[in-house]
Design a protein around this ligand. Structure first.
Ligand SMILES: [Zn+2]
Length: 680
């Protein structure tokens, strides 16, 4: 269910490298130089907008390096390129906007073309297809735009506004002001290639470390020497360990013993007490409770893993910290992750998480789960998955319908206007949207690839076998169709190109999941909804608690890292454990009835893609809030209205969409209602 977004601008903003040049990476324009230039412009054009001028000159100066010219060259450049007349500035903006649409849109078409053989189920893949398919024609644009000075002209006249400025000024901005601010987001910082490469290397190393962190489950032993997992079972930490733990809820006889053992393994990993020799190795037997290792029934002396897990985080931290000086306004990895990438202040995310995790309904939900399990809760029950429901309609029956209706991509394409009409769009509007989406046969399970300029179409990629579309494929195709509809509205119905899109993936996923949940209705199959919705609410509330908890741990740890920049891996380990236990005792202890568990520190994301976890909970909150709002409303009309807003900040988008800021309250309200009605 992958959704492929247009990443051109992300690439532009992210890989501001200047390959192959030495020593020319530091800022050379001084505060005094900036003052002089500003004063001379003010003297020439007394009417020039003061703050905008200052912002623009400072911003352009922060990107200027010695290879771009001397201080005098900079002053000349500013004098020649600054646009004091607001009418002229608007005219120039509209031109730049058009040029960017052309670049982004055409590069997107090139990428689609070059990847055709890789992505579509057509013909054999040769090496040459991979070579072309993985080539990125647009990847050097940014570098070129510094050389030809386009970047400076843009930065000077359309400067960058921080998140705080966008939040403060945005509500008063016109659509055009917003679009100009979005243009200002493109050239934000200019980082030397070697510093970018150090980040890539550090995260790459951590990724490899995690990719090989397998536990040979068949080699685990109970204290009385029994093997309880199948011979040859190998699980990757932490994802496979967690999934096996979830699967064991169904094993009524031995599930509990297996879950306890997996939990013990996880604790040994977090605390780095795991014997180094048992990681990714089938050669030893390991009893995780006593931590004894044997080989051919002989006990073996071993050493524990030497805090390698945490040394990777330190390497990534140091690499990311080296970026700080190149981001004068966003000078920490925390600020960049939250205020720049997620476009929400870290403090706001933390406050949101705290309010959800502290809600008393979770304690009731914990009691309900304990009753269903018939025992006291254990820390690993944060992964309880007993609220999953199955459809009451047989899948074979559904597949017989979908394969008859959709034998090939063309038949799905033809059906799109009528599907949209069933969802409530008027005929003309349904045709307008459906006309801008094509259906391709996918090699994989499917995805939605948006257009990046008006005049282009978005692609719904779906897998259809020779027997036609099966129900699973149909279900995914409807999800992707939701993405395509969002992609179409948020490109074609947006006035200023620079505002096209949505603030982040949570917003497009919301629409995709709402389409997906209406898949049976779109198939004219009625289903007894029964407890389905209520069970989904309980499931969603419980998993939101879990993913928020791990996000909280990461935020604590990274704040600590910035206060303890010379921390050793051992010190970081201690901090990870104490942060995890602290979050546990504050929020999970009261729900689970167990204290002091470090389990929230097990996530592998924390090691290889630091600070990404808060994104998941943030995205889920956004999705739920939009879904809850739309219940009982005019689905099509409201979808059109919301997604025509374009790429505001997430908070302002949500405010415009539902009249409130981003909040987990709708999830709590739904949980409250679900808890009040008895379960079967
Ligand atoms: Zn999706």
């Amino acid at each position: 269910m992958k959704n492929v977004f247009v990443i051109f601008f992300v690439i532009l903003a992210a890989c501001s490298s200047s390959k192959g040049r030495r020593d020319s990476s530091s800022v050379i324009i001084t505060e005094a130089d900036i003052r002089i230039v500003i004063e001379s412009i003010k003297a020439d054009f007394p009417a020039a907008a003061g703050t905008l001028l200052e912002k623009g000159v400072k911003h352009a100066a922060s990107l200027w390096r010695s290879k771009d010219g001397s201080g005098a060259d900079f002053a000349d450049f500013v004098k020649q390129n600054y646009i004091p007349d607001p009418v002229k500035r608007k005219a120039v903006f509209s031109k730049i906007s058009g040029y960017f649409e052309s670049l982004s849109g055409n590069f997107n078409e090139i990428t689609l073309d070059l990847r055709k053989t890789l992505d579509l189920s057509k013909g054999e893949i040769d090496d040459i297809d991979r070579m072309f398919g993985n080539y990125s024609a647009g990847s050097h644009v940014l570098e070129d735009f510094y050389s030809n000075k386009i970047a400076f002209a843009v930065a000077l006249n359309f400067p960058y506004f921080t998140l705080a400025e966008k939040e403060a000024l945005g509500p008063e901005w016109s659509g055009e002001d917003w679009a100009m601010a979005r243009l200002g987001d493109i050239f934000v910082s200019r980082v030397p290639a070697e510093i970018d490469q150090a980040v890539v290397a550090a995260t790459g190393n951590a990724g490899m470390y995690i990719a090989e962190y397998n536990i040979h489950m068949g080699n685990l032993r109970t204290e009385d020497g029994r093997r309880i997992f199948p011979e040859g079972m190998v699980l990757l930490s932490h994802w496979n360990l967690r999934d096996e733990l979830k699967a064991n809820y169904a094993d009524k006889s031995n599930g509990g013993e297996k879950q306890e053992m997996i939990y013990r393994v996880m604790e040994r990993i977090i605390r780095q007490e795991i014997p180094e020799v048992v990681i990714n190795s089938p050669d030893y037997e390991w009893a995780p409770f006593s931590n004894k290792v044997t080989r051919s029934h002989e006990e073996v002396e071993t050493i524990s893993e030497p805090d390698t897990r945490y040394s990777h985080v330190i390497s990534i931290f140091k690499a990311l910290k080296a970026l700080d000086p190149y981001n004068p306004e966003m000078n920490s990895a925390i600020l960049r992750r939250f205020s720049v990438e997620m476009e929400i202040a870290q403090e706001e995310v933390e406050a949101m998480f705290k309010s959800y995790l502290g809600s008393p309904q979770l304690i009731e939900l914990g009691k309900l789960i304990s009753e269903r399990l018939g025992r006291e809760l254990r820390p690993y029950d944060i992964w309880y998955d007993g609220f999953k429901t199955r459809s009451t309609v047989a899948e074979d029956f559904l597949t017989s319908k979908t394969s008859a209706l959709y034998p090939d991509p063309e038949s799905f394409k033809k059906a799109m206007p009528s599907l949209l009409r069933k969802l409530g769009w008027p005929a003309e509007r349904a045709n307008y949207i459906a006309d801008k989406i094509v259906v391709d046969p996918a090699r994989g399970s499917g995805h939605a690839w948006g257009a990046a300029m008006k005049g282009s179409v978005s692609h719904l990629r779906t897998r259809i076998s020779d027997d036609g579309m099966d129900y699973k494929g149909y279900n995914i195709a409807i999800h992707e169709f939701g993405h395509n509809v969002e992609q179409t509205i948020s490109l074609y119905d947006i006035e200023n190109y620079m505002m096209s899109g949505v603030p982040n993936t949570g917003f497009t996923e919301a629409l995709a999941f709402m389409f997906q949940s209406r898949d049976l209705m779109l198939l004219d199959v009625s289903e007894d909804q029964g407890n389905k919705e209520r069970m989904q609410t309980l499931d969603r509330a419980w998993s939101l608690m879990e993913i928020m908890g791990v996000g909280m741990v990461e935020m604590k740890v990274w704040k600590w890292l910035y206060e303890n920049t010379e921390a050793t891996p051992g010190q970081l380990k201690a901090q990870f454990i104490s942060s995890a236990v602290e979050v546990w005792n504050d929020y999970f202890g009261p729900v689970m009835g167990v204290q002091d568990s470090p389990i929230l520190a097990i996530y592998s994301h924390m090691i290889e893609v630091p600070l990404y976890l808060p994104n998941y909970a943030y995205g889920q909150i956004i999705e739920s809030q939009i879904e809850e709002y739309l219940k009982g409303k005019d689905f099509a009309g409201e979808t059109d209205r919301m997604f025509r807003q374009g790429k505001l900040t997430p908070q302002q988008w949500m405010e415009g969409a539902v009249g409130k800021k981003i909040s987990p309250q709708p999830v709590i309200d739904a949980l409250n209602a679900a808890l009040k009605s008895p379960l079967p």
